[in-house]
Design a protein around this ligand. Structure first.
Ligand code: ZN
Length: 229
């Protein structure tokens, strides 16, 4: 669900300062995740303070990683959350979740099937979702369309879920060399969306009437969202 709602928020927040902050965070998460996935070798020391010539580059890389990782946590630390228990009546489930404190910037509201607001997605919510996806090596689930490079989509199958729409899929293959040479593979578009009924009873923020109205309403097959600020 994190990926689907993150995509909704990104597409609804383009052009805002919040969008740029989240994009920078996503880029940093991606770079650091790639770095963490490469092995860090042990450092050999020539003296107590000086590594061997062979280890010097490794030490620099470790120090650079540590520094950037600390900066990343400073960035994440700017978002503040409060704990809340969410529940689902259908499967009698409870789980602990985080809600942003004093949310600012663009927000989208997710409505359940009865049109009742059930979750508010904020910049802080998206930042936490991206960090969580990065931690579980799933950041690539939130990606830009390979054709228009303007809209975000949920990509469950990396080689197949690459386009934001049927139009983009067609345009890409019509204009690609592989397609013209007759070697292009057919790809089925999947508007992947893993948000569903389990989110019907998420706790919402206290009503904030000044956030309502003037938003953009978007619809999806199994949930709807409304830009509320
Ligand atoms: Zn597209």
């Amino acid at each position: 669900m994190g990926a689907a709602l993150t995509v909704e928020w990104l597409n609804a927040s383009k052009g805002t300062a919040a969008y740029r902050r989240v994009l920078a965070l996503r880029t940093e998460l991606e770079v650091l995740r790639v770095e963490l996935d490469k092995p860090f070798r042990g450092i050999e020391w020539e003296t107590a303070e000086r590594p061997t010539a062979k280890s010097a580059a490794h030490l620099r890389r470790m120090n650079e990683f540590t520094k950037r990782h600390n900066q990343l946590n400073v960035l994440l630390g700017k978002y503040s959350f409060k704990k809340a228990l969410a529940y689902n009546l259908a499967d009698r489930r409870w789980w602990l979740t985080d809600i942003a404190n004093g949310p600012r910037g663009p927000q989208i509201e997710i409505e359940n099937e009865f049109g009742v607001p059930s979750i508010r997605v904020t910049e802080a919510w998206v930042a936490a979702a991206l960090a969580s996806l990065a931690a579980s090596r799933e950041l690539s689930k939130v990606r830009l369309c390979d054709n228009c490079r303007a809209r975000w989509l949920v990509s469950i199958r990396p080689t197949m879920d690459r386009f934001c729409s049927e139009e983009c899929r067609k345009h890409f293959y019509t204009h690609s060399d592989a397609y013209r040479n007759g070697t292009g593979k057919r790809h089925n578009k999947k508007q992947a969306c893993d948000a569903h009924q389990s989110m019907l009873f998420w706790p919402t923020h206290a009503p904030q009437s000044h956030h309502y109205g003037g938003g953009v309403t978007m619809t999806r097959r199994d949930f709807s969202t409304k830009r509320v600020s």
